[in-house]
Design a protein around this ligand. Structure first.
Ligand SMILES: C[S@@+](CC[C@H](N)C(=O)[O-])C[C@H]1O[C@@H](n2cnc3c(N)ncnc32)[C@H](O)[C@@H]1O
Length: 423
């Protein structure tokens, strides 16, 4: 049996289309359109959808004004003035006619139902780190879209998690990124944070946060422990600000890696202001705050239907009777919801007493979660009345998140969905 000659004897030619304001016609409003439309919208195309029906997501794009919808079947002439056509309807006869019109008008046309009949191919596409990754199979004997998607996934994933470090050359500006590193588990940093870390020349890190990630940095990256920056006549925070400014002024890409979120008891704004005053560009990358994630990792939801409709995050680093305290403990004691206390281990006795003195019941459940999301995580339960002695007896130490409220008891109940894995 002789082998069939390939439908197209040459590989497709890759290209990037500039579609801003240019007419693009999409035939069919189903799943394929739903997948293709967001990229066309991002590219600024002037999109007309021709289709008797559309998925709810496609309809939502129409409602948002991102495209026009002609609610009908394809008609000859629909492609007039188009630069690009996506044929993706379930009506094969309409697809053939539209494809023939595109050929006649010399408009590039992709077809979801018959790639061989198409004049253009949609690559497997992904975006990260300021680049678009587009993968086309070059095998003229047959396309392999799954392989293209797998290559795309591998490259995008690598760029996101920093295992592929393609440094930016033209657009990489020196400056500082204030990166929230999450509560400690290295998998809980954001994709953007991880990428910036992989591109850094200098990393100034706190004691809390995903310290394991620092081991993965290439040897040329200078890692500075913020706690060890000498501060001489400066306060510690001013010395850190100064170090950030000096490294950035030396043209380095600096990452200030902080635990949790930079703006939750993280002094992130002080650093951002110091950088702004010095004229240094600063990017803030939010992080997963321990205030929500650490209770969650220990099986405690900070809200729960029918139990708590609010949660309040408060610092316990100064005692309630300390004149420097900015917290209205009497008001907090009147709340029925969840109280999440950070930096409160040392002062928990005084805090519990203040809450009870102002009316919160001594039987209110309390949980302390120490070193949450790390291998050393541990949870200790008590009540407001017993928490001080429990902390001493169990030798609970910082860092710990303290949760006060009925949500602590919810966690003791069997999970509604056994598939929910909390760790
Ligand atoms: C200076 S605050 C920084 C909070 C951080 N910016 C955030 O959003 O999570 C430090 C406090 O956060 C809490 N904390 C941070 N990471 C923690 C962890 N992995 N386990 C328990 N508590 C943690 C502790 O209460 C600790 O004393």
């Amino acid at each position: 049996m002789s082998e069939q000659p390939p439908a197209h004897p040459h590989p497709a030619y890759p290209v990037g289309l500039r579609l801003t304001g240019r007419r693009v016609v999409v035939l069919g409003g189903g799943q394929v359109a739903q997948r293709r439309l967001p990229w066309l919208i991002t590219a600024g195309a002037d999109i007309t959808l021709v289709s008797p029906s559309a998925t709810p997501s496609v309809e939502a794009m129409v409602t948002a004004g991102e495209l026009r919808w002609e609610r009908r079947r394809y008609e000859e002439g629909d492609l007039e003035g188009a630069w690009y056509v996506v044929v993706a309807s379930s009506d094969s006869e309409a697809n053939d006619r539209a494809s023939a019109e595109a050929e006649r008008l010399r408009v590039w046309c992709v077809r979801s139902d018959d790639a061989d009949a198409a004049t253009a191919l949609t690559p497997a596409t992904g975006r990260s780190a300021g680049v678009t990754v587009a993968v086309l199979s070059t095998d003229v004997h047959g396309r392999d879209p799954r392989r293209s998607a797998a290559v795309r996934d591998a490259v995008v994933e690598g760029l996101r998690d920093g295992t592929i470090t393609a440094r930016q050359h033209r657009t990489r500006a020196p400056g500082v990124a204030l990166v929230g590193g999450g509560p400690g588990d290295p998998d809980l940093i954001t994709v953007k944070g991880r990428r910036l870390l992989a591109e850094a020349d200098v990393v100034i890190a706190d004691r809390l946060g995903p310290r394991d990630l620092l081991d993965e940095l290439p040897p040329h990256v200078e890692v500075i422990d913020a706690a060890k920056i000498p501060y001489g006549r400066f306060m510690a925070q001013e010395a850190i600000n100064q170090a950030l400014i000096e490294h950035a002024k030396a043209g380095k890409a600096v990452v200030r890696l902080k635990g949790g979120d930079p703006f939750v008891f993280g002094r992130g704004m002080e650093e951002a202001e110091a950088l702004a005053a010095a004229g240094i560009p600063c990017t803030v990358v939010p992080g997963i705050s321990s205030s929500i994630s650490v209770p969650g990792a220990a099986g405690i939801p900070v809200t729960h239907r029918g139990v708590a409709h609010e949660f309040t995050v408060v610092s316990g680093h100064v005692a309630p009777d300390d004149e420097r305290s900015l917290v209205d403990w009497a008001a907090l004691a009147r709340l029925r919801g969840t109280l999440v206390i950070l930096m409160g281990v040392d002062k928990i006795g005084a805090i519990a007493r203040a809450l009870m003195d102002h009316g919160r019941d001594g039987t209110t459940p309390v949980a302390l979660v120490q070193e949450g999301t790390t291998a050393a995580q541990r949870r200790v339960d008590a009540t407001l009345a017993t928490v001080a002695e429990t902390v001493a007896a169990e030798d609970v130490r910082p860092p710990a998140v303290i949760v006060v409220g009925e949500v602590v008891a919810v966690a003791g109940r069997p999970a509604a969905d056994p598939a929910v894995n909390l760790q």
